[in-house]
Design a protein around this ligand. Sequence first.
Ligand SMILES: Nc1ncnc2c1ncn2[C@@H]1O[C@H](COP(=O)(O)OP(=O)(O)OP(=O)(O)O)[C@@H](O)[C@H]1O
Ligand SMILES: Nc1ncnc2c1ncn2[C@@H]1O[C@H](COP(=O)(O)OP(=O)(O)OP(=O)(O)O)[C@@H](O)[C@H]1O
Ligand SMILES: [Mg+2]
Ligand SMILES: [Mg+2]
Lengths: 227, 227
Amino acid sequence: VILTRDLKKEYELGAETVRALRGVDMQIEKNEFVAIMGPSGSGKSTLLNLIGCLDTPTSGQYWLGGEEVSQLDDNELARIRNRQIGFVFQTFNLLPRTTALHNVELPLIYAGLPAKQRHEQAKAALDAVGLADRMTHHPNELSGGERQRVAMARALVNQPSLLLADEPTGNLDSATSREIMDVLVGLHDRGETILLVTHERDIAAYSDRLITLRDGVIETDQRHTIG
Amino acid sequence: VILTRDLKKEYELGAETVRALRGVDMQIEKNEFVAIMGPSGSGKSTLLNLIGCLDTPTSGQYWLGGEEVSQLDDNELARIRNRQIGFVFQTFNLLPRTTALHNVELPLIYAGLPAKQRHEQAKAALDAVGLADRMTHHPNELSGGERQRVAMARALVNQPSLLLADEPTGNLDSATSREIMDVLVGLHDRGETILLVTHERDIAAYSDRLITLRDGVIETDQRHTIG
Ligand SMILES: Nc1ncnc2c1ncn2[C@@H]1O[C@H](COP(=O)(O)OP(=O)(O)OP(=O)(O)O)[C@@H](O)[C@H]1O
Ligand SMILES: Nc1ncnc2c1ncn2[C@@H]1O[C@H](COP(=O)(O)OP(=O)(O)OP(=O)(O)O)[C@@H](O)[C@H]1O
Ligand SMILES: [Mg+2]
Ligand SMILES: [Mg+2]
C-alpha cells in the first residue's frame, strides 16, 4: 500500500542545505504494523510527513495505494488525508481555543457527518483513550499526556485505513502507554495498516517489523522473529 | 531548599472542580537529585510549576531557600525565576520566530549580560546538548528531539542552582537521552539541585531519590538503595 523509491527531502537555510532524507526505498503492505526508530534528527518525522501527504519530497517517488502521489492535485490529496490517513503529530497540533471534543470532531466535520453522529463518534474515540471525563477541557487545561491522547483520538475518529503515529506515547506513563498500544493492536487486528515512530523498544515490540533510520537513510529493516 | 506543606491546586471549570494537587508535603535538600513519576494526569507538571514559581497554589505553603514564596512580590519572584531556577517545559515553549541561539540567549538578556558574553554562553549551552550545528535554525526547522534539547540548553544557560525538568527526554532516542543525562549528572556533581519529572525508569535511575504521585498526592517517597 506504500511504496517509495529514492525519496529525498532537503531544506535550504540560507547558505546551508540540510539533507533530512537522503534516498529512502521502502515498501509497506496492507495490514502491516511497522515501527520506525532512529536517533534524534535522523529523519523520522520528515519521512512520516511525506508518507502522510503533509509535505512533498525534493526528489524520488511515492506511491500510495498504487497511485503516484506527486501526480495528484490538492483536492485529491486533501481527500486522501481526511479519509484514508490518521496522523498523530509529535507536537500534537491541537486547536488551542476549543475543547478536546471539538478537536476530535474536526475530521468528521470535514467528512460531512451530521452533528449527532459526529458527537457520538468523537465521544467514543475520547473514551477509548481514557479521556471521557476531559471532553470539555481546552488543550491548555490538559496534562501533556492528555493532550497526546486527544491527538490520538482525533487521528482514529475517522476510522482511517492507514495510521501514522509520531511518538504517540512519549508523554505517557507505562500503564497508559499500554492502554493506547492495546487500542492500536485492536485496530491492527481489524485490518489497519500502522506506521509508528518511537524511541522506546517496549513500544516498538508491539509491531511486527522494525525499520531504523540513521542520517536520512534506512539502516536496518527486519521482521521481528518473536511473535 | 524546597519545603511544601499541604500544597493544593484546584481548577474551576464551569460546574467542575479539578483537584490537580490534593495536599502535597515535600522536603528537598540542597544538591539532591530527585525523580518524580506518576500516571498521566496525576499532577506532576502542576507540582513542578508551583515549585518553579510559575503558578500559585490554591492553598498550602511553599518555602524556597527559607522564604515563604506567597509573601514575595512579582519582581522578587521574577528575579528568583531568572537567577535561581532553570525550567525545562514539557511542551518546550520556545519562541517560534527566532533562532535556537536567540532562544537560549533570552535568560541572559534578562539577566543583563553583555552581547559578546551572552553569545558565547548560549553557544556553549547548545554545544553541550549536541546542537552546535543547529544554532541558526528556528524551532519549526528542528526535529522534536532537537527542540527539546534547545529547551534544556535555555534552562541551563544561566547556571541556575535549581533545575526543574518536565520530561526532558520524552522525544529523545536512548543514546541522546544518555548524553543529556550525563550533562545533568555533571551539574549535580557540581552542586546543582535537580527535580526531574519522567515516565521512564531508566531516566529515573540517574536520581538518588524517587517520589511518585497518584491523583494529586504523594504515593511513595524513597531513596534509591542502589548507588
Ligand atoms: N524546515 C526545516 N528546515 C531545516 N532543517 C530542518 C527542517 N525540518 C527539519 N529539519 C532538520 O532535518 C533533520 C530531520 O528532522 P526530523 O524531524 O525528521 O527528525 P526526527 O528523526 O523526527 O527527530 P526526533 O527524533 O528528534 O523527532 C533534523 O536534523 C532537523 O534539524
Ligand atoms: N488549567 C487547567 N484547568 C483544568 N484542569 C487542568 C488544568 N491544567 C491541568 N488540569 C488537569 O489537572 C490534572 C493534572 O495535570 P498535570 O499536567 O499536572 O498532570 P501530569 O501528571 O503532568 O500528567 P502528564 O504525565 O500527562 O504530563 C490533569 O488531569 C489535567 O486535566
Ligand atoms: Mg521527530
Ligand atoms: Mg505533565
